[in-house]
Design a protein around this ligand. Structure first.
Ligand code: UDP
Ligand code: MG
Length: 324
């Protein structure tokens, strides 16, 4: 039996590129079905992450006339990771495997074919890995590089140059759902699932149309979240700095005291004011960092849902009255 595949595509304000994405993905779907690589029950699930443009209208209309296209409309914007999860968990029960891919066609969709080969060969998780990133801006490339290196140093096992283009089996998704933390950093969690996994290399392209939804601010927030969701080493680092500066100030104190007893007293003010600033700064950093973790605990303790579904045409037919 051919496996049932669902391709999950999170979309946020993607009206510029979406028609092309739909066209290419459904073309691929038809090919794969004709080649008996996947079942004809396979679907493409577009997750509208609270877009403010025509994204949902495009998905909705396509869903009415294209048997492969399904839509999931979230009630508001919850961000890429959560939108992705919404799609994965919606698709899970009626799919043998699920592939996640961005809407902007940066990832080579032909790689999906190789994902399926690997899945049929018994791999439960297949990671798409970018061979070279020369289509990304220099800035994006170097910041990403730094991010991977830092995560590695802190002991988080990330697949290098892998974004969220991957295949997961139903079993892997079932296990993923048991990680019910609110701050879910998929790239860090998925390797923790274990299972037989493999990678497929591909060339990353430029965004076909529309603009990146990850401006610098969001990218930094994403990286910071990734780090603090996985490791307490930043707090430890601050602690170490704290100890060092504490002993340093002890030494300084001794030094200045000796000077005082020797009668050389004009050196008071500068050292005093610098140390006040130094210690004060360090304390603020430490408190801020601890606050970051406490905030995370606070969020986790509340156990809020990660997303809320408005319309789900994957499991139910589209409501025909919706746009009329
Ligand atoms: N995305 C989303 N919700 C958001 C932001 C982005 O669903 O709040 C989607 C977006 O539509 C795209 C994917 O996440 O399909 C990756 O975003 P983008 O391509 O803009 O990021 P980049 O490739 O520039 O890092
Ligand atoms: Mg992109």
């Amino acid at each position: 039996m051919e496996p049932i595949l669902t391709i999950v595509v999170p979309c946020y304000n993607e009206e510029a590129v979406l028609p092309e994405t739909i066209f290419q993905l459904q073309q691929l779907m038809v090919d794969l079905v004709n080649e008996h690589l996947i079942s004809h029950h396979s679907r493409i699930l577009f997750v509208d992450d609270g877009s403010k443009d025509q994204t949902w209208e495009i998905i909705y209309k396509e869903g009415l006339r294209n048997e492969y296209v399904r839509g999931l409309k979230l009630s508001r914007n919850v961000g890429h990771q959560n939108a992705l999860l919404a799609g994965l968990f919606t698709a899970r029960d009626s799919s043998d495997c699920v592939i996640s891919i961005d809407a902007d066609l940066q990832d080579d969709i032909e790689v999906i074919r190789e994902f399926i080969y690997k899945f049929n060969a018994g791999f439960e998780i297949v990671y798409g890995v970018r061979k070279c990133r020369d289509k990304d801006t220099f800035f994006k490339r170097s910041t990403a590089q730094g991010f991977y290196k830092m995560m590695k140093k802190m002991g988080v096992d990330l697949v290098y140059n892998h974004a969220d283009f991957r295949l997961m089996s139903r079993r892997a998704l079932q296990e993923l759902e048991r990680f019910n933390e609110v701050n879910l950093f998929l790239r860090g969690i998925v390797p923790l699932l274990g299972f037989r996994s493999d990678v497929v290399y591909y060339d990353r392209k430029e965004r076909q149309a529309g603009e990146t939804k990850y401006p610098l601010k969001k990218m930094l927030a994403f990286a910071f979240d990734g780090i603090t969701s996985f490791s307490v080493s930043p707090i430890r680092f601050v602690l170490i700095i704290g100890f060092i500066s504490f002993f340093m100030s002890l030494l300084f104190g001794l030094y200045f005291l000796t000077l005082k007893f020797l009668g050389d007293t004009q050196t008071g003010w500068t050292s005093l004011i610098t140390s006040i600033w130094l210690i004060g700064g360090l304390q603020l950093i430490a408190i801020g960092l601890i606050g970051e973790y406490v905030g995370k605990i606070y969020k986790e303790a509340k156990q809020r849902p990660k997303y809320i579904v408005d319309i789900d045409s994957f499991n139910l037919p589209l409501p025909r009255h919706h746009l009329l």
